[in-house]
Design a protein around this ligand. Structure first.
Ligand code: DGL
Length: 267
Protein backbone atom coordinates (compact mmCIF):
# COMPACT_ATOMS: atom_id res chain seq x y z
CA UNK A 1 0.00 0.00 0.00
CA UNK A 2 1.57 3.26 -1.15
CA UNK A 3 -0.69 6.29 -0.94
CA UNK A 4 1.75 8.79 -2.50
CA UNK A 5 0.16 10.34 -5.60
CA UNK A 6 0.76 9.47 -9.23
CA UNK A 7 2.07 12.57 -11.04
CA UNK A 8 0.74 13.12 -14.55
CA UNK A 9 1.72 15.96 -16.86
CA UNK A 10 1.08 17.35 -20.31
CA UNK A 11 1.35 20.69 -22.07
CA UNK A 12 -2.31 21.42 -21.30
CA UNK A 13 -5.58 19.53 -21.33
CA UNK A 14 -4.46 16.50 -23.36
CA UNK A 15 -3.11 14.48 -20.44
CA UNK A 16 -6.57 14.55 -18.89
CA UNK A 17 -7.41 11.73 -21.30
CA UNK A 18 -4.89 9.70 -19.27
CA UNK A 19 -6.30 10.95 -15.95
CA UNK A 20 -9.82 9.97 -17.00
CA UNK A 21 -8.72 6.44 -17.89
CA UNK A 22 -6.54 5.98 -14.79
CA UNK A 23 -9.43 7.10 -12.58
CA UNK A 24 -11.65 4.54 -14.29
CA UNK A 25 -9.09 1.75 -13.90
CA UNK A 26 -7.79 2.65 -10.43
CA UNK A 27 -10.24 5.01 -8.72
CA UNK A 28 -8.39 4.73 -5.42
CA UNK A 29 -5.17 6.31 -6.72
CA UNK A 30 -4.30 9.84 -5.66
CA UNK A 31 -3.37 11.98 -8.64
CA UNK A 32 -1.48 15.26 -9.06
CA UNK A 33 -1.96 16.61 -12.58
CA UNK A 34 0.12 19.37 -14.08
CA UNK A 35 -1.06 21.04 -17.31
CA UNK A 36 1.49 23.53 -18.64
CA UNK A 37 -1.28 25.80 -19.94
CA UNK A 38 0.97 28.87 -19.94
CA UNK A 39 3.34 27.27 -22.47
CA UNK A 40 1.03 25.09 -24.58
CA UNK A 41 1.54 23.96 -27.33
CA UNK A 42 4.76 21.95 -27.05
CA UNK A 43 4.35 20.34 -30.45
CA UNK A 44 5.40 23.35 -32.49
CA UNK A 45 8.64 23.90 -30.56
CA UNK A 46 12.23 22.71 -30.90
CA UNK A 47 13.54 19.61 -29.17
CA UNK A 48 15.68 21.72 -26.78
CA UNK A 49 12.69 23.74 -25.58
CA UNK A 50 10.47 20.66 -25.23
CA UNK A 51 13.20 18.96 -23.20
CA UNK A 52 13.61 21.99 -20.90
CA UNK A 53 9.86 22.21 -20.31
CA UNK A 54 9.56 18.46 -19.65
CA UNK A 55 12.40 18.54 -17.11
CA UNK A 56 10.70 21.41 -15.24
CA UNK A 57 7.37 19.55 -15.30
CA UNK A 58 9.03 16.43 -13.88
CA UNK A 59 10.85 18.45 -11.17
CA UNK A 60 7.59 20.07 -10.13
CA UNK A 61 5.85 16.69 -9.80
CA UNK A 62 8.81 15.27 -7.84
CA UNK A 63 8.44 18.20 -5.41
CA UNK A 64 4.96 16.76 -4.70
CA UNK A 65 6.55 13.44 -3.66
CA UNK A 66 4.91 11.38 -6.38
CA UNK A 67 5.51 7.61 -6.57
CA UNK A 68 5.36 7.52 -10.36
CA UNK A 69 5.35 10.01 -13.23
CA UNK A 70 3.23 9.65 -16.35
CA UNK A 71 4.45 11.87 -19.18
CA UNK A 72 1.02 11.98 -20.84
CA UNK A 73 2.49 13.80 -23.82
CA UNK A 74 3.68 12.10 -26.99
CA UNK A 75 5.66 15.18 -27.95
CA UNK A 76 7.77 14.79 -24.79
CA UNK A 77 8.19 11.06 -25.39
CA UNK A 78 9.30 11.69 -28.97
CA UNK A 79 11.74 14.46 -27.99
CA UNK A 80 13.23 12.61 -25.04
CA UNK A 81 13.19 9.06 -26.45
CA UNK A 82 15.19 6.89 -24.05
CA UNK A 83 15.98 9.81 -21.70
CA UNK A 84 13.03 9.61 -19.35
CA UNK A 85 14.72 7.35 -16.78
CA UNK A 86 16.89 8.16 -13.78
CA UNK A 87 14.44 10.28 -11.79
CA UNK A 88 14.24 7.88 -8.84
CA UNK A 89 10.62 6.95 -9.57
CA UNK A 90 9.21 4.99 -12.52
CA UNK A 91 8.35 7.16 -15.52
CA UNK A 92 5.66 6.00 -17.96
CA UNK A 93 5.35 7.67 -21.35
CA UNK A 94 2.59 7.64 -23.96
CA UNK A 95 4.36 6.51 -27.13
CA UNK A 96 5.60 2.98 -26.40
CA UNK A 97 2.27 1.63 -25.06
CA UNK A 98 0.46 3.04 -28.13
CA UNK A 99 2.97 1.37 -30.46
CA UNK A 100 2.44 -2.01 -28.76
CA UNK A 101 -1.34 -1.64 -28.91
CA UNK A 102 -1.21 -0.74 -32.61
CA UNK A 103 0.87 -3.78 -33.42
CA UNK A 104 -1.60 -6.01 -31.56
CA UNK A 105 -4.53 -4.44 -33.40
CA UNK A 106 -3.32 -4.40 -37.01
CA UNK A 107 -4.27 -7.17 -39.43
CA UNK A 108 -2.94 -5.60 -42.62
CA UNK A 109 0.31 -4.16 -41.23
CA UNK A 110 -0.60 -0.65 -42.45
CA UNK A 111 -0.59 1.83 -39.59
CA UNK A 112 -1.40 5.54 -39.71
CA UNK A 113 -0.10 7.90 -37.03
CA UNK A 114 -1.28 11.43 -36.35
CA UNK A 115 0.55 13.71 -33.94
CA UNK A 116 2.03 17.14 -33.39
CA UNK A 117 4.60 18.59 -35.79
CA UNK A 118 7.43 17.80 -33.34
CA UNK A 119 6.30 14.20 -32.95
CA UNK A 120 5.97 13.71 -36.71
CA UNK A 121 9.32 15.41 -37.36
CA UNK A 122 11.11 13.21 -34.81
CA UNK A 123 10.17 10.01 -36.65
CA UNK A 124 9.85 8.37 -33.22
CA UNK A 125 6.63 6.50 -34.00
CA UNK A 126 7.89 5.18 -37.34
CA UNK A 127 11.12 4.01 -35.69
CA UNK A 128 9.43 2.38 -32.70
CA UNK A 129 6.85 0.57 -34.89
CA UNK A 130 9.47 -0.74 -37.31
CA UNK A 131 11.75 -1.81 -34.45
CA UNK A 132 8.89 -3.87 -33.07
CA UNK A 133 8.03 -5.31 -36.48
CA UNK A 134 10.17 -4.37 -39.47
CA UNK A 135 7.49 -5.28 -42.06
CA UNK A 136 4.98 -2.64 -40.88
CA UNK A 137 4.06 0.14 -43.29
CA UNK A 138 3.66 3.45 -41.50
CA UNK A 139 2.39 6.87 -42.53
CA UNK A 140 2.71 9.73 -40.06
CA UNK A 141 0.78 12.96 -40.56
CA UNK A 142 1.21 16.13 -38.47
CA UNK A 143 -2.04 17.76 -37.33
CA UNK A 144 -0.82 20.91 -35.52
CA UNK A 145 -4.17 22.70 -35.35
CA UNK A 146 -5.91 19.99 -33.33
CA UNK A 147 -4.22 21.03 -30.06
CA UNK A 148 -5.34 24.69 -30.10
CA UNK A 149 -8.82 23.58 -31.21
CA UNK A 150 -9.14 21.23 -28.22
CA UNK A 151 -7.57 23.76 -25.83
CA UNK A 152 -10.16 26.31 -26.94
CA UNK A 153 -13.15 24.02 -26.51
CA UNK A 154 -13.74 23.24 -30.21
CA UNK A 155 -13.98 19.51 -29.51
CA UNK A 156 -17.65 18.77 -30.20
CA UNK A 157 -18.21 16.24 -32.99
CA UNK A 158 -20.43 18.60 -34.96
CA UNK A 159 -18.08 21.61 -34.72
CA UNK A 160 -17.75 22.75 -38.38
CA UNK A 161 -14.30 24.30 -37.95
CA UNK A 162 -12.75 21.22 -36.37
CA UNK A 163 -14.48 18.98 -38.94
CA UNK A 164 -13.09 20.98 -41.84
CA UNK A 165 -9.56 20.90 -40.40
CA UNK A 166 -9.82 17.16 -39.67
CA UNK A 167 -11.05 16.38 -43.19
CA UNK A 168 -8.03 18.11 -44.64
CA UNK A 169 -5.48 16.54 -42.27
CA UNK A 170 -6.92 13.04 -42.65
CA UNK A 171 -7.16 13.04 -46.46
CA UNK A 172 -3.64 11.62 -47.02
CA UNK A 173 -4.09 9.21 -44.11
CA UNK A 174 -7.33 7.86 -45.57
CA UNK A 175 -5.68 7.49 -48.98
CA UNK A 176 -2.97 5.36 -47.31
CA UNK A 177 -5.73 2.91 -46.21
CA UNK A 178 -4.47 1.89 -42.78
CA UNK A 179 -6.48 -0.50 -40.62
CA UNK A 180 -5.13 1.14 -37.44
CA UNK A 181 -4.74 4.84 -36.66
CA UNK A 182 -2.66 5.88 -33.65
CA UNK A 183 -3.89 9.08 -32.03
CA UNK A 184 -0.29 10.00 -31.25
CA UNK A 185 -1.13 13.08 -29.20
CA UNK A 186 -3.08 12.91 -25.95
CA UNK A 187 -5.23 15.86 -27.01
CA UNK A 188 -6.70 13.93 -29.96
CA UNK A 189 -8.91 11.48 -28.01
CA UNK A 190 -10.99 14.56 -27.17
CA UNK A 191 -12.10 14.52 -30.84
CA UNK A 192 -12.06 10.73 -31.22
CA UNK A 193 -15.69 10.44 -32.37
CA UNK A 194 -15.10 12.82 -35.23
CA UNK A 195 -11.80 11.16 -36.21
CA UNK A 196 -13.43 7.71 -36.08
CA UNK A 197 -16.29 8.88 -38.27
CA UNK A 198 -13.93 10.34 -40.87
CA UNK A 199 -11.65 7.27 -40.94
CA UNK A 200 -14.57 4.87 -41.29
CA UNK A 201 -15.63 1.71 -39.48
CA UNK A 202 -12.83 -0.61 -40.52
CA UNK A 203 -10.13 1.48 -38.83
CA UNK A 204 -9.21 0.84 -35.19
CA UNK A 205 -8.22 3.98 -33.31
CA UNK A 206 -5.49 3.67 -30.68
CA UNK A 207 -5.84 6.23 -27.91
CA UNK A 208 -2.33 7.04 -26.64
CA UNK A 209 -3.71 8.69 -23.48
CA UNK A 210 -5.65 5.57 -22.58
CA UNK A 211 -2.73 3.25 -23.35
CA UNK A 212 -0.46 5.31 -21.06
CA UNK A 213 -2.98 4.86 -18.23
CA UNK A 214 -3.06 1.09 -18.82
CA UNK A 215 0.74 0.99 -18.73
CA UNK A 216 0.71 2.96 -15.45
CA UNK A 217 -1.80 0.53 -13.98
CA UNK A 218 0.34 -2.48 -14.94
CA UNK A 219 3.45 -0.89 -13.45
CA UNK A 220 1.75 0.17 -10.21
CA UNK A 221 0.60 -3.43 -9.78
CA UNK A 222 3.86 -5.18 -10.62
CA UNK A 223 5.87 -2.82 -8.39
CA UNK A 224 3.40 -3.09 -5.49
CA UNK A 225 2.80 0.69 -5.56
CA UNK A 226 -1.02 0.68 -5.53
CA UNK A 227 -3.00 2.63 -2.96
CA UNK A 228 -4.58 5.96 -2.10
CA UNK A 229 -7.86 7.65 -1.31
CA UNK A 230 -8.89 8.72 -4.83
CA UNK A 231 -7.93 12.39 -4.46
CA UNK A 232 -7.16 14.57 -7.50
CA UNK A 233 -5.23 17.82 -7.48
CA UNK A 234 -4.98 19.87 -10.67
CA UNK A 235 -2.16 22.35 -11.22
CA UNK A 236 -1.63 24.70 -14.16
CA UNK A 237 0.80 27.41 -15.23
CA UNK A 238 -1.89 29.85 -16.46
CA UNK A 239 -5.44 30.83 -15.58
CA UNK A 240 -7.09 28.19 -13.35
CA UNK A 241 -10.58 29.40 -14.38
CA UNK A 242 -10.12 28.71 -18.11
CA UNK A 243 -8.72 25.30 -17.29
CA UNK A 244 -11.66 24.23 -15.14
CA UNK A 245 -14.17 24.96 -17.87
CA UNK A 246 -12.54 22.87 -20.61
CA UNK A 247 -11.18 20.16 -18.28
CA UNK A 248 -14.69 19.08 -17.36
CA UNK A 249 -15.54 18.28 -21.00
CA UNK A 250 -12.55 15.92 -21.30
CA UNK A 251 -12.68 14.38 -17.82
CA UNK A 252 -16.40 13.82 -17.83
CA UNK A 253 -16.49 15.17 -14.26
CA UNK A 254 -16.00 18.51 -12.60
CA UNK A 255 -12.63 19.10 -11.01
CA UNK A 256 -13.08 18.82 -7.23
CA UNK A 257 -11.35 22.11 -6.29
CA UNK A 258 -10.04 25.08 -8.25
CA UNK A 259 -6.79 24.32 -10.08
CA UNK A 260 -3.64 25.59 -8.36
CA UNK A 261 -1.48 28.03 -10.31
CA UNK A 262 2.23 27.08 -10.36
CA UNK A 263 5.26 29.15 -11.30
CA UNK A 264 6.77 26.41 -13.44
CA UNK A 265 9.83 28.49 -14.39
CA UNK A 266 10.93 28.20 -10.73
CA UNK A 267 11.53 24.43 -11.14
N1 DGL B 1 -0.71 16.41 -25.79
C1 DGL B 1 0.62 16.45 -26.25
C2 DGL B 1 1.03 15.27 -27.03
O1 DGL B 1 0.59 14.17 -26.69
C3 DGL B 1 1.22 17.78 -26.66
C4 DGL B 1 0.42 18.69 -27.49
C5 DGL B 1 1.11 20.03 -27.69
O2 DGL B 1 1.27 20.75 -26.70
O3 DGL B 1 1.46 20.36 -28.81
O4 DGL B 1 1.78 15.34 -27.95
Amino acid sequence: MDSRPVGIFDSGLGGLTTVRELRRLMPQENIVYFGDTGRVPYGTRSREIIRRYAVQDIRFLLSREVKMIVAACNTVAAALAGELDGWGVPVVEALTPAVRAARRATRTGRIGVIGTSATARSGAYDRALRELEPGLEVLTAPCPLFVPLVENGFAQRENPVTRMVAEQYLAPVRAFKPDVLILGCTHYPAIKDLLGELMGEGVTLIDSGQEAAREAQALLRTRGLEGGEGSCEYCVSDSPADFAENACAILGERIPAPAVKIDIEAF
